[in-house]
Design a protein around this ligand. Structure first.
Ligand code: PLP
Length: 282
């Protein structure tokens, strides 16, 4: 584990954040989580693009140019010696006495990063997980990867209390995404997922499934809204996220999904995703 804070490496958990940091008071900031595999960042350019998009939306000035940000990621991998793990990056708006409105000109963003190894056996996720359904109670811009994750935290905690891996969220009867992931359904061999609008986070794993993995595997995909009934009749369901990749859901609300086993389309896509991860992607 290696931790970075505003230009230097510090002890993990070091007390260096001001109490007046807007990240601390308001959750006023953005973040990214990038997978490190075989000693390299996977799909770094995708994460970088999403980070800068989140910052533009939030009106947080970019102080570190893309080349330096990439180099910092590489240095953290090198210095930590971690080859299989992830890098968390958080940028908050900066430090000033608490007041809702901010003064962009006066603020210097705070940057915090760490690299940690992945210790759990992720291959176990391939056996499939249980999920529960919950209402999506978040704001109308979850496409921005902000630190404000209260509804996600509450949903994930509810799921874990019920011994589920995570929650599938529904807004006005429509399946949006997972508490910490995106959601795909398979029906009659066709893959479905919610369009990448402002009601879901445009997950990088989702994006790679849509643009690379599904086309390579010859699986047709439709990005459109689908409802609870569609989910209940789906042959297969899965989550996608940076750490777990493609995670089959074999039970939803204690009912089996399809025949209750990991389905063939999910398996094929998992294989394709793992191949892409092993090959690496800039
Ligand atoms: N949706 C939400 C709400 C998330 O928190 C995440 C990741 O943590 C995702 C989707 C998946 O995004 P990615 O594939 O970029 O990890």
């Amino acid at each position: 584990e290696l931790t970075y804070f505003n230009g230097e490496f510090v002890e993990p958990g070091a007390k260096c954040v001001s109490l007046d940091d807007r990240g601390y008071c308001f959750g006023d900031g953005v973040y990214e989580v990038t997978r490190v595999f075989n000693g390299r960042c996977f799909a770094f350019s995708y994460h970088q693009d999403r980070l800068y998009r989140s910052m533009r939306f939030m009106d947080i000035p970019v102080k570190m140019p893309p080349e330096d940000l990439q180099e910092l990621h590489e240095i953290m991998i090198e210095q930590s010696g971690i080859t299989d793990g992830y890098i968390y990056l958080q940028i908050t708006r900066g430090v000033e006495p608490r007041h809702h409105a901010y003064d962009r000109a006066k603020l210097e963003p705070t940057m915090y990063m760490y690299i940690r190894p992945i210790k759990e056996d992720l291959s176990k996720l391939g056996d499939g997980v249980k999920a529960i359904s919950l209402p999506d109670e978040r704001w109308h811009h979850v496409d921005i990867k902000t630190l404000n994750l209260i509804p996600n935290i509450l949903a994930q905690t509810k799921a874990e209390k019920k011994f589920a891996y995570s929650a599938v969220l529904f807004r006005d009867g429509i399946c949006t995404e997972g508490a910490t992931s995106n959601v795909f359904a398979v029906k009659d061999g066709i893959l479905y997922t919610h369009p990448a609008d402002e009601l879901i986070l445009k997950g990088i794993t989702r994006q790679l499934v849509v643009t690379r993995v599904a086309p390579t595997a010859g699986v047709s995909l439709i990005e459109k809204e689908f409802d609870r009934e569609f989910v209940d009749n789906a042959d297969e369901l899965f989550f996608t996220d940076t750490i777990g990749g493609i995670i089959p859901i074999i039970k939803l609300d204690r009912q089996p999904v399809g025949n209750g086993n990991v389905g063939p389309v999910t398996m094929k896509l998992r294989d394709g995703y793992e191949k892409l991860l092993a090959e690496g992607l800039a």
